[in-house]
Design a protein around this ligand. Structure first.
Ligand code: COA
Length: 156
């Protein structure tokens, strides 16, 4: 399984657990467009990727880089952090998060932010458990729907 398939599986997970979430169809379409060229271009533009590999399987990944929201004064951002369902709840999320955070700090991006959809309770609880402080709220359009999201930050 490659990274592209892994990203698709993660969105399938969101869909399975949140069947009424209007974002998912649109998100799947967006993720579907991600082939090797998308990842290549993202990495060329400065995105970094940490991949958790178990045997010959991609179990999860994080991609991250400079903070994109100019209104927030944090240097780095984790754009996505996903684990395949069978690898969740085993401490791998913390390990991926720690690897991404360490890489950002080593690149000189010492403070960091992550956005999560407000109704993604497992993700928001996970970020709280990892010491994140809620610093902002916003919303994002996914097709015709507007979904609330929250930002968590780490400064040291
Ligand atoms: C969110 C996600 C990355 C968390 O990774 P994980 O491997 O399941 O979490 P971990 O097992 O590493 O848990 C780390 C800590 O967070 C806590 N935690 C994790 N999920 C929690 C929850 N739902 N409620 C409360 N605490 C939680 C754990 O208790 C653990 O604390 P501890 O280390 O002090 O014991 C993972 O479940 C996932 O990929 N979910 C689906 C995709 C997603 O929603 N990604 C986030 C998009 S913003």
């Amino acid at each position: 399984m490659d990274l592209e398939d892994s990203a698709l599986t993660c969105f399938d997970w969101v869909h399975e657990h949140n069947p009424d979430r209007g974002s998912t169809g649109q998100s799947c379409k967006l993720i579907n467009r991600r082939g090797p060229q998308w990842w290549d271009s993202a990495i060329r533009k400065g995105s970094r990727v940490s991949v958790l590999v178990f045997g010959d399987k991609v179990a999860g990944y994080a991609n991250y880089g400079r903070n994109r929201a100019r209104s927030l004064h944090f240097e780095g951002e984790i754009y996505e952090l996903y684990l395949r369902p069978e690898f969740q709840g085993l401490g791998f999320g913390r390990r991926l998060f720690t690897a991404a955070r360490r890489d950002l700090v080593q690149s000189g991006l010492k403070s960091m932010v992550i956005w999560a959809l407000s109704d993604n309770d497992p993700a928001t609880e996970f970020y709280r458990a990892l010491g994140g402080r809620m610093v902002a709220r916003s919303s994002e359009k996914f097709g015709p729907k507007s979904l609330d999201k929250v930002a968590f930050a780490w400064t040291n």
